[in-house]
Design a protein around this ligand. Structure first.
Ligand code: FO1
Length: 352
């Protein structure tokens, strides 16, 4: 069984741990792992150069979480972290005072930056990083091109947070996604999201094959705008998803009109999509209408959305989406795998 998952960071990490666990239950190997192969195509739109190092937050969230060395409270960074270097950087005025680079985390960024400087690509660096811990799944950055996300805001909205802009200042401002999220906590209304150089990006080596050869493609409950949106905006990605014989099953990141984690509700208005399981399902669209999905999984509290979507030709079902613990995450992954089987039967795409 070959499963390919499109995922961002925090929501994606919990979901991918569930997929790995459920695969070990359904297709066990002799070492307590799984014979199934799971490939995760990881969002790179959150990536940033900061304090002289390259950060890949969503990749690192998945790496640390799947390796079991992640800080489970904060949802990012390493467990048992210290911040001595970060305090020194603040003293020197290097980097962002509102953005903490932990000492262990800096080890990862320094290793990545060194390997990039010797000429390795981000996907080759990713392959090196995951050699250290046997994750049981393969992580691939969605593209080897730097496609950092910038957020466009109105200068007037920004002024509400900062000093008065000088007279004649432009009415529009833009900032890196990480500043919008970590400094302003997504409270400055986002008017648009733009990934730098995305038009010249291509899926990283192995990504198109992982989609083409999959028996099932899963779209994790990650941010539909800046995570899943970035991945599918990479030229060639939508074509690969349209062409695969595998069913494509998405999991809603919105439950009962509320975002599960992160800031999807602060991103969706910028693309004119309501914060609901139904609206995001319609936004992704059904594959036979040129969209992404063969099926869409919503929470039981959104069962009415499933009925409405089924009536409109998008195969939808409901299941418990809250990933309170590993068991619940595995159950959710199982529901998505079963929905893929069902969808495969109706669309004739079974991935085999
Ligand atoms: N998020 C924060 O809210 N504050 C931070 O200081 C912060 C530091 C940080 C350092 C490395 C890294 O990989 C992630 C970090 N994050 C921080 C989380 C990051 O903004 C998120 O992981 C995603 O980019 C947003 O989904």
């Amino acid at each position: 069984m070959r499963i390919t998952v499109l995922a961002g960071g925090v929501g994606g990490s919990r979901f991918v741990r569930g997929v790995r666990e459920e695969c070990a239950r359904r297709w066990p190997d002799s070492e307590g792992g799984t014979e199934a192969s799971v490939t995760v195509v990881v969002n790179t739109g959150d990536d940033i150069w900061l304090s002289g190092v390259r950060l890949m937050p969503d990749f690192d969230s998945l790496l640390y979480s799947l390796a079991g060395v992640n800080d489970t409270e904060r949802g990012w960074g390493r467990a048992g972290e210290t911040e001595r270097v970060s305090a020194e950087l603040r003293e020197w005025g290097v980097g962002w005072p509102w953005f903490t680079l932990g000492d262990l985390d800096l080890g990862t960024h320094l290793a990545r930056t060194e390997w990039l400087r010797t000429g390795l690509t981000p996907s080759q660096v990713g392959e090196r990083l995951q050699r250290r811990w046997p994750l049981g799944v393969r992580l691939i950055p969605a593209t080897d091109t730097e496609v950092d996300t910038y957020v466009h805001v109105d200068a007037a909205d920004l002024a509400a947070h900062d000093a008065e802009p000088p007279a004649g200042a432009p009415t529009r401002a833009e900032m890196h996604f990480q500043e919008w999220w970590t400094r302003y906590r997504a409270t400055v209304p986002a008017r648009a999201f733009r990934q730098r150089d995305i038009e010249s990006a291509r899926p990283a080596p192995g990504v198109a094959e992982a989609i083409a050869d999959a028996d099932l493609v899963l779209v994790a409950p990650s941010n539909p705008v800046v995570s899943i949106g970035t991945i599918v905006s990479i030229p060639g990605m939508r074509e690969a998803l349209a062409a695969t014989s595998a069913p494509v099953v998405g999991v809603s990141p919105i439950i009962g009109g509320k975002v599960v984690r992160g800031m999807a509700d602060a991103c969706l208005p910028a693309i004119g999509v309501e914060t609901s399981a139904e609206a995001v399902g319609r936004h992704y669209g059904s594959r036979r209408d040129g969209g992404l999905l063969d099926a869409w999984l919503v929470d039981e509290t959104d069962a009415a959305a499933a009925a409405a979507l089924n009536a409109d030709g998008l195969h939808a079902a409901s299941a418990p989406l809250w990933m309170h613990d590993l068991d619940r995450s595995a159950d959710l992954a199982g529901a998505a795998i079963d929905l893929g089987r069902e969808a495969g039967r109706t669309t004739g795409r079974t991935g085999d």
